[in-house]
Design a protein. Structure first.
Length: 163
């Protein structure tokens, strides 16, 4: 199996699309259950938005991977763009929405974990374009990181907020 042959990754992309879509739906439910509590804390709506964006990025990247007949270059560009957009969104909802007086830990504490998946996707897209450096194995890493990061954040938004 090659990191530069998207057809070899069809089953992986299919499984990741299903898993990310299911988790995205569960996250929407979790957020809606605790929406009033989430909105009471200035830093949590951004955390919820970044978490949704990260799971959505897995879904989008893997859907691009399932598109038949496209070139590896086109897939690389799509994945790179998705990673860049989601990384920008994570920074914007974390840093750009920071209010004066908010503890710095609210911003910097969650940002690294939520930035790792889109940065891995961007790296994978760039690697596909360059034809070296790991290719789609970066997408695998980004997906695993996304599932771990969003699970941690979902726990905070669903359980820890109630404590």
């Amino acid at each position: 199996m090659s990191g530069y042959a998207p057809a070899d990754w069809h089953e992986y992309f299919s499984a990741a699309v299903g898993a990310s879509a299911a988790l995205l739906g569960l996250l929407f439910v979790a957020i809606s259950i605790n929406l009033k509590l989430i909105l009471k804390h200035r830093h949590l709506p951004g955390r919820a938005a970044a978490t949704l964006g990260t799971l959505l990025s897995v879904l989008v990247v893997c859907i691009f991977g399932l598109a038949p007949g496209q070139s590896t270059r086109a897939l690389g560009l799509e994945i790179l763009a998705t990673g860049a957009v989601v990384a920008t969104q994570a920074i914007w909802v974390s840093v750009g929405k920071r209010s004066e007086g908010d503890p710095l830990i609210w911003t910097l504490g969650n940002l690294p974990i939520i930035l790792l998946p889109p940065l891995a996707f961007a790296g994978g897209g760039g690697s596909l374009l360059a034809g070296s450096g790991g290719g789609l194995y970066w997408i695998l890493a980004g997906t695993v990181l996304a599932f771990v990061a969003t699970s941690l954040n979902a726990w905070v938004l669903l359980v820890e907020i109630v404590r």
